[in-house]
Design a protein around this ligand. Structure first.
Ligand code: ADP
Ligand code: MG
Length: 640
């Protein structure tokens, strides 16, 4: 061959991923075929779409299909499609690199055990590399539709690949796997046929394999005309009808699960799905899936959203997750096939179209219903799902006002209430659970935001609630502070922070307690004024609060201020927020506070005041501006 052969090194990430794929997916090696057929089907989808605006791309070759064949003597398996194909640069970009920017960081974090975890590997879009599970050499020959240059990519999967220009008559992509010696059995056609049957029945394009040769009749011997073998009779081995167009009753769970892997590019199983046909002034079919594992970059990757494929009259149009689902449902996967949208629908049209608005509203409802149903039918399975996607779901109340209450109903929290059979810190309490456990005199849903469960459960803010047996939700995700800002109430009950405002326990406090507290406040007035004067630089106000029973003091933000926890988070994130002094609440019955009240020495009194404030700040989760001064003061007080 005189054509120039280029040799490239795989991007470092690709090499790592390749190794992981080979090691972790080996026990399930047959999936290589599922992945390659899935890619071939995507390529046919893309060409069919492109041909809507440029019919010439199809030429005479209008029968889009996939061929699978093998040669047991040569130990090869070939997968061929007449889809969109790739240009030279596309081959390098799609096969030689992994685009996602988070990949390197993610790989670095992966340690021993995790590296064996197939569920993690499925997140990269690494389907093509699964070829190397069974092959020690792979060649890919491809010609992009509408061009006449063809390219051959070839690699043994150990660090380098080559690309050269070749001649070919056919459009699309052909992949030849040279099987490893001990994978020879995969080059038997009955074996391939059963794998294709198992994994690719739902593929919408025909998957063809050479028809089985009739057995050699007795009496005839083997030295038959060999040229017969060269032109195999092709036979379609799948149903070749898009799965979602088939009747629900005819689709097995297994088929639904396999189809999920094809649309989602996820190696894990879906948790559940909803398949619906809507007829009326607008007709469409939707098939939505709840995934089981979050992609590694879901948290920060809000922009490049994949996973909801839009078809119009069975023709794949585009990935339209952004147009058809809000950000807080970006983990949903599936297909939507509209009978009414025009085939030439563009993103711009989709974004501002009454038809899409309706479909979008319906998809949101179906997604929420799907989660609500899972929560109802299988509590533990729902919690597993929630562990993966709960934080994203929490963006819902802010993003989607009209579904605020429904989304709020799907959220789960930690709580001071311990659920039976669950760890004390389990994230398993719904707002509805909370409401059902509210005291008869209680009219608010109480919560505390903190950095961790331990900080929350030991917080002085909880003392009075523990004493009175009132449940408090413990919100420990970073997004929670933002969530409660957009969720003023649930089921008609306002959400109230226990660390904010002058605690009004309403009917939860009886007359006697109220009078007692007012009396205390009256009696402590001189002390409060003295403390306020002493701490005037650092606090806005000092008062006797309803909240304390064991600790001498606590800090709170007033209702019209930003929560202290929120202030700290913003500061940590480098935001410049105006300084807001907290309110200090004292517990006049605490021996240390009683002691302070009797101190005449102003310097010593000031030390006590600083101590009350610093301790309250520490318990609230703050870091002190001057920790050394605090330690010095404590030590000198200890020495008396
Ligand atoms: P994914 O399918 O999740 O994108 P893969 O590793 O399976 O990841 O494939 C990587 C990319 O290579 C595909 O997105 C596609 O652009 C390209 N590709 C793979 N197979 C084919 C094919 N048969 N025809 C055209 N492009 C292909
Ligand atoms: Mg793929």
């Amino acid at each position: 061959m005189n054509a120039k052969v280029e040799t490239h090194k795989f991007q470092a990430e690709v090499q790592q991923v390749l190794k992981l794929v080979i090691n972790s997916l080996y026990s399930n090696k047959e999936i290589f075929l599922r992945e390659l057929v899935s890619n071939a089907s995507d390529a046919c989808d893309k060409l069919r779409f492109a041909s809507l605006s440029d019919q010439s791309l199809l030429g005479d070759d209008t029968d889009l299909a996939i061929e699978v064949e093998c040669d047991s003597d040569a130990r090869t398996v070939t997968i061929r499609d007449n889809g969109i194909g790739m240009t030279h640069d596309e081959v390098i970009e799609n096969i030689g690199t992994i685009a996602s920017s988070g990949t390197r960081r993610f790989l670095e974090q992966m340690t021993g055990e995790a590296k064996k975890d197939a569920s993690l590997i499925g997140q990269f879009g690494v389907g093509f590399y699964s070829a190397f599970i069974v092959a020690d050499k792979v060649t890919l020959t491809t010609r992009k539709a509408g061009t006449d240059e063809a390219w051959r990519w070839s690699s043994d999967g150990t660090g380098e690949y080559s690309i050269e220009s070749v001649d070919t008559d056919s459009r699309g992509t052909e992949i030849v796997l040279h099987l490893k010696e001990d994978e020879a059995e995969l080059a038997e056609s009955y074996r391939l046929r059963s794998i294709v049957g198992r994994y690719s029945d739902h593929i919408a394009f025909p998957v063809r394999m050479p028809a089985a040769k009739p057995p050699v009749a007795e009496g005839e011997d083997g030295d038959e005309d060999e040229s017969k073998d060269d032109a195999p009779e092709w036979e379609t081995v799948n149903q070749a009808a898009a799965l979602w167009t088939r009747a629900k009753a005819d689709i097995s769970d297994e088929e639904y699960l396999d189809f999920y892997k094809h649309v989602s590019h996820d190696f894990n199983d879906a948790v559940s799905w909803a398949h619906n046909r809507v007829e009326g002034n607008q007709s469409y079919t939707s098939l939505l899936y709840l995934p089981s594992k979050a992609p590694f970059d879901m948290q920060w990757n809000r922009d490049d959203r994949k996973g909801l494929k839009l078809y119009v009259k069975r023709v794949f149009i585009m990935d339209a997750a952004e147009e058809l689902l809000p950000g807080y449902l970006r983990f949903m996967r599936g297909v939507i096939d509209s009978d009414d949208l025009p085939l030439n629908v563009s993103r711009e049209i989709l974004q501002d179209n009454p038809l899409t608005r309706k479909i979008r509203a319906a998809l949101i409802k179906r997604s929420i219903d799907l989660m609500a149903k899972l929560a109802k039918d299988d509590h533990d399975k729902y919690l597993e799902f929630y562990e993966q996607f709960g934080e994203v779901l929490k963006e819902g109340p802010a993003e989607d006002f009209s579904n605020r209450d429904k989304v709020a109903g799907l959220l789960r929290f930690r709580s001071t209430h311990q659920a039976e059979g669950k760890e004390a810190d389990a994230v398993c309490h719904s707002l509805a659970d909370y409401v059902s456990r509210m005291k008869s005199a209680q009219d608010k849903i109480y919560y505390l935001t903190a950095d961790s469960y331990r900080a929350a459960i030991n917080s002085p803010h909880l003392e009075i609630f523990r004493n009175k047996g009132i449940e408090v939700l413990l919100l420990t995700d970073r997004i929670d502070e933002w969530l409660v800002g957009h969720l003023p109430e649930f089921d008609g009950k306002p959400l109230q922070s226990v660390a904010q405002g002058d605690l009004d326990l309403g009917a939860l406090e009886d007359e006697e307690e109220k009078l007692d507290r007012e009396k205390q406040a009256e009696e402590s007035k001189p002390l409060l004024e003295r403390v306020e004067k002493s701490l005037s630089e650092r606090v806005a106000k000092v008062r006797v609060g309803a909240g304390l029973t064991e600790s001498p003091s606590r800090v709170i933000a007033e209702n019209d201020q930003m929560a202290l926890h929120m202030q700290r988070m913003l500061k940590q994130a480098g935001q410049d927020i105006p300084e807001q002094k907290p309110t200090l609440e004292l517990n006049p019955k605490h021996p240390l506070v009683e002691k302070a009240a009797s101190i005449e020495d102003e310097k010593l009194f000031a030390d006590y005041c600083e101590l009350f404030l610093d301790q309250a700040l520490i318990a609230d989760g703050a870091t002190l501006d001057d920790p050394a001064a605090y330690i010095k003061r404590v030590n000198s007080l200890l020495l008396g």
